[in-house]
Ligand binder design. Structure first.
Ligand code: AOF
Ligand code: ZN
Length: 387
């Protein structure tokens, strides 16, 4: 009785439901579910926040009665098989009497990871797996990384010209990509628990680093400023992220080489400071990563500048890349390149992307994917400057 087109149709709706909690479920995943009887959606649900009811349970509860015989439950993620903070969804499905479950992605949580399917099948429930699997997996970039690798996802965003440049030789860069692509950046700012920039970006651009969304909502994630020596504090004109109403969500990441007076100044303003021990004047990304894990910050979206993002990549610490490309050609060697610091001699020594997704925003495109490093990353040792 499987109709793949119909299953995909309802799974698309389940994905839309999951997205209603965009950025609000960390460290838990985004999950959507719905119940279909006689070809009609009769109930919907999604996982709204960490610790709250799971999507399947909320769809079953929202139905307010027992599902009819022949009902199908659609869910974007494999139903959980054991009791967590909430009861196992497999139990709830079994108790409800639903006899057909259609699932998008397998739960990468090693506690479940396929066991949900086994449990349901053992209870004589028909289970269809892998419906819109790529899309359902893509819903949870951060959760998938966190649960399988026990670490946070470091992603970077870049907006480049056709020839991979991020600014003219004069430094002018506003704007390379159009409005639709820039609005998409705000969408991702809402998804990631943290955004990060380097000192120069904060001092030159004075960005707000909030997510301004289409519905007028403004959201402020943790805002990381990488500033190994606290040069951004030496200036009398503090950047906006140190003084605005969200300043308590700003975290300046610095080293033990920074002046204590500057650290105090920031803390007096209400800004948080993470002092990370380092033999150099630059923050070690592995130590930053450990601190994020300790603080349960599951994902950080690095927005620039080019140097900060290149450094994370050189350190093999960049996990994911968002690359927006505009139909603009500079064709100038002196125009600023997005990435630098490597010197591959062969193509198999290049950094590549996997699980690539392409999206179109007006005349611009977004290519995004997981960063895959060559066995040996050949560094250009002449590229070295202070952040
Ligand atoms: C589902 N449906 O809506 C979600 C699932 O602590 P708990 O009880 O919330 O369990 C968290 C784990 O359950 C999480 O790591 C993931 O494997 C799964 N999340 N599963 O069937 C849902 N949010
Ligand atoms: Zn569950």
């Amino acid at each position: 009785m499987t109709d793949p087109k119909q299953d995909e149709f309802f799974m698309r709706r389940a994905i839309d439901l999951a997205r209603q909690a965009w950025g609000q479920t960390h460290p838990n995943p985004l999950v959507g579910a719905l119940i279909v009887e006689d070809g009609q959606v009769v109930s919907e649900g999604f996982h709204a926040k960490d610790g709250g009811p799971h999507a399947e349970r909320s769809a079953l509860t929202n139905l307010g009665r027992s599902p009819k015989p022949g009902a199908t439950l659609y869910v974007t993620l494999e139903p959980c098989s054991t009791q967590g903070r909430t009861g196992a969804c497999c139990d709830a499905i079994q108790v409800s009497g639903v006899k057909r479950v259609v699932v998008g992605a397998t739960d990468p949580n090693p506690v479940h990871s396929g066991k949900g399917f086994d449990r349901l099948r053992a209870a004589r429930v028909e289970v269809v797996t892998g419906v819109l699997e790529r899309e359902c997996t893509d819903l949870n970039l951060i959760f998938n990384h966190w649960i399988a690798r026990s670490t946070c996802l470091f992603a970077a965003k870049m907006a480049v010209t056709l020839d991979g440049k991020i600014a003219c030789r004069t430094g002018e860069s506003k704007w390379i990509t159009g409005e639709a692509a820039r609005a998409d950046v705000h969408h991702w700012r809402r998804y990631f628990p943290g955004i990060a920039v380097g000192t120069m970006t904060v001092m030159k651009d004075n960005p707000r680093l909030t997510a301004r969304l289409a519905d007028g909502e403004e959201w402020c994630p943790h805002r990381f400023v990488f500033d190994g020596l606290l040069r951004s504090v030496a200036d009398h004109n503090f950047p906006e992220v140190y003084t605005d109403k969200y300043r308590e969500r700003t975290i300046v990441v610095t080293t033990s080489h920074a002046g204590l007076g500057y650290v105090r100044k920031l803390r007096d303003l209400g800004v948080q400071v993470w002092v990370i021990n380092s033999p150099t004047q630059r923050v070690d990304f592995r130590d930053f990563r450990l601190r994020c894990v300790q603080e349960k910050i599951t994902g950080v979206y690095f927005e620039g500048g080019a140097q900060l993002v290149s450094e994370i990549m050189r350190a093999r610490e960049l996990d994911y890349l968002f690359s927006y490309r505009a139909p603009v050609l500079l064709a100038d060697d002196k125009a600023k390149a997005g990435f630098s610091g490597l010197r591959p001699e062969r193509l198999d020594q290049a950094v590549k992307l996997a699980d690539v997704r392409h999206e179109v925003f007006g005349d611009d495109t977004l290519m995004r994917g997981r960063v895959v490093y060559p066995e040996k990353l050949l560094l250009d040792e002449t590229v070295f400057s202070l952040r």
